[in-house]
Design a binder for this molecule. Structure first.
Ligand SMILES: C[S@@+](CC[C@H](N)C(=O)[O-])C[C@H]1O[C@@H](n2cnc3c(N)ncnc32)[C@H](O)[C@@H]1O
Length: 283
């Protein structure tokens, strides 16, 4: 059999290797076409998300309240005598940059970091259009050791990204490391998933048709984001769990309260104490 195998290989060898080579080449071509298509889809989704998000950010009442609450909380940690340009704020998971720009417009120096390149591009365009040279954006993994260094920031904010992050406790720990001793943080996270039909029905029943239609402005894009985002996370935390994760990361929790749409989110205000023993690292 061995002899017939090798004679078969002699007869068909060249054609066999040619066929294998062609198959590999075809597979490689299909892979690169799929990679390009995936990149294109990601890009279109990111840009679409960014544009829709701007519309919601400006016009949806719960976002207007949240913007004000985040700004007030940041301001609460800054004495009136301090020049706001000297206050360095890190916006972890800044997305299309809306909170970074809000704080920049209030006079603070801000670095926004996000792993989605297309969102960072959008954020940079908006920064340029608004003329805010003290606001910068960086495309990077938000838990990377190298992205923004240690101990350089007075404040950290992180809005609505812990629940989708694959390693939210590492994100909290990186935020802690990024802060100067005595620095403050504002973290906002969802407590549960907002279901489309159940929410619209409940609001219509409770507040009427107009209110139900108004809430579509956020509930519908949010449902699309939930359906299309990578299947990671769903770290929805209630008060106790959220506080426990913040303490594990090293923070002192100063305040925690319900916020956003029907109180679906929690806003935590925390501090990195100046003289705290190093806690065990959450990795
Ligand atoms: C709802 S946006 C919030 C953006 C911004 N903080 C805001 O509130 O305007 C969600 C953010 O979560 C982050 N995110 C989503 N999925 C992620 C993933 N799989 N890994 C890391 N970050 C992710 C991205 O930073 C994205 O910009």
């Amino acid at each position: 059999m061995a002899g017939s195998g090798s004679s078969l290989e002699r007869v068909f060898g060249a054609r066999y290797h040619e066929a294998i080579w062609e198959r590999d080449l075809t597979e490689a071509r299909v892979r690169s076409i799929l990679d390009i298509a995936r990149w294109g889809l990601d890009h279109v989704l990111s840009v679409g998300y960014g544009v829709v998000y701007d519309y919601i950010f400006e016009g949806f009442a719960p976002y207007r309240d949240l913007r004000l609450q985040v700004l007030r909380q940041v301001e609460a940690a800054v004495p009136a005598s301090v020049n706001r340009r000297d206050v360095r704020i890190l916006d972890l998971g800044c997305g299309p940059g809306n909170f970074s720009l809000l704080l920049g417009e209030a006079g603070f120096s801000v670095l926004g970091v996000d792993p989605y390149g297309a969102l960072i591009d959008l954020a940079r365009e908006k920064r340029q259009a608004r003329g805010l040279p003290h606001v910068a954006f960086q495309h990077a993994d938000v838990i990377s050791e190298r992205a923004f260094g240690n101990g350089g920031f007075d404040q950290v904010i992180n809005v609505h990204s812990l629940y989708v992050h694959p390693a939210p406790t590492r994100l909290l720990r990186r935020a802690y490391e990024a802060l100067k001793p005595g620095g403050h943080g504002v973290f906002v996270n969802f407590t549960r998933r907002v279901r489309f039909w159940a929410t619209v029905r409940e609001i219509r029943h409770r507040d009427g048709l107009r209110a139900a239609l108004r809430c579509l402005r956020w509930v519908l894009p949010n449902a699309i984001f939930e359906a299309t985002r990578p299947p990671v996370g769903s770290h929805y935390w209630q008060e106790d769990e959220f506080a426990a994760h913040l303490r594990e990361a090293g923070f002192t929790v100063l305040e925690m309260r319900r916020t956003f749409f029907d109180g679906v989110s929690l806003l935590a205000w925390v501090r990195k104490d100046a003289e705290k023993n190093e806690v065990s690292v959450v990795r």
